[in-house]
Design a binder for this molecule. Structure first.
Ligand code: 3HC
Length: 307
């Protein structure tokens, strides 16, 4: 049951109508890449304000993608942005969001109770054929799927931030995921241009299982005063070829995300020293220093003091 990478060549793919639950950074990115490849996308959110927010995230990102694809050809760039955006609609109604859906991808905050509530409602409202997936980065797919009847049609689709740029998609199967569901998720991942890797339903799957303890170890290093934050980041960029250093990456993904993941895993697996929460990470979060999104994390992102 080894892990094989899959190329992102186009395939005949049955999934055309996709519903994204949650229009935050991850959900908007997933909606965008699906629409860019011709899917009809519906974003389900709790309010018109949140839908507007998703529209803004997608608009900004599509502008960057268009610039890259079409350089100075502004007409072609504009056409690409308009056509892609026209394939994305928003709603606050569950029934409307899933009535024609082939696949639902949930990308809401990492709260098991909330995910259960959402999937219960989706299970009642969606046609029998609709596949379900969660973009959770650290919770158990099996536990999330426990509230639905269609456990054979449930899997994990874990994307990376920024979704329009990062090429990887982790595809997670549980003991209950059927072969046909798994194949369909894989085919869809390829069709939207991602390179897919398979993983069992384990804490953090592949990437976060390695990345989260690595970031925590970098913070422990900083805490001990072994090296400065700048030098830790420079070292991993120039010595290991990472695009961002661990502390920079933590600011990028959000310190709160890292702390939440570590605390959850520590609770479940208290004997594992790699999952032991780090005081400095917790302190910064308690002070509201969550990284780029709050203007301050390990680094200060206020304009006058930009990294
Ligand atoms: N939408 C569209 N395009 C974007 C974008 C976005 N949101 N963000 C960046 N880009 C594009 C830029 O336009 C630029 O395009 P160009 O090459 O044509 O100029 C290109 O990506 C590179 O961006 P920048 O020049 O702004 O900056 P960098 O070269 O530093 O790249 C980065 C930015 C892609 C974020 C890079 O630093 C990187 O790969 N960082 C590591 C990210 C990472 O590890 N992500 C995984 C985090 S873990 C995770 O997501 C799991 C979750 O569950 C927590």
């Amino acid at each position: 049951n080894g892990i094989r990478p899959f190329s992102s060549s186009s395939v005949n793919n049955a999934i055309q109508n996709v519903t994204i639950v949650g229009g935050g950074l991850m959900g908007s990115g997933i909606a965008q890449v699906a629409a860019q490849k011709g899917n009809n996308v519906t974003i389900l959110e709790v309010s018109q304000d949140q839908l507007k927010n998703a529209q803004n995230i997608i608009g900004n990102s599509l502008g960057r993608v268009a610039k890259k694809l079409y350089k100075d050809d502004t007409d072609a760039a504009q056409k690409f942005v308009q056509e892609t955006a026209s394939r994305i609609k928003g709603t606050t109604e569950v029934k409307e969001a899933v009535e024609n859906s082939d696949l639902v991808v949930e990308a809401v905050i990492e709260n098991m109770e909330l995910k259960h509530k959402i999937f219960k409602a989706l299970d009642e409202a969606a046609p029998a054929k609709t596949l379900f997936a969660s973009n959770t980065s650290s919770l158990s797919i099996t536990e999330i799927a426990s509230v639905v009847n269609r456990k054979d049609k449930f899997g994990g689709l874990h994307f990376f931030n920024p979704v329009p740029v990062m090429k990887l998609l982790e595809i997670i199967r549980t003991e209950d995921t059927s072969d046909s569901t798994y194949e369909a998720l894989l085919a869809w991942g390829k069709a939207i241009g991602k390179t897919c890797v398979k993983c069992k339903d384990t804490p953090g799957f592949i990437v976060n299982r390695l990345l989260v303890p690595y970031i925590a170890e970098a913070v422990r290093m900083l805490e001990r005063g072994d090296a400065s934050k700048e030098d830790i980041d420079i070292a991993m960029k120039l010595g290991a070829g990472y695009p961002m250093g661990p502390l920079e990456l933590s600011d990028y993904t959000g310190l709160d995300t890292g702390v939440f993941i570590m605390e959850g895993w520590h609770k479940k697996f208290p004997e594992n020293p790699l999952f032991k929460p780090v005081e400095l990470q917790k302190k910064l979060v308690a002070e509201g220093k969550l990284g780029r999104k709050t203007g301050q994390g390990f680094y200060n992102y206020n304009k006058a003091n930009k990294l």
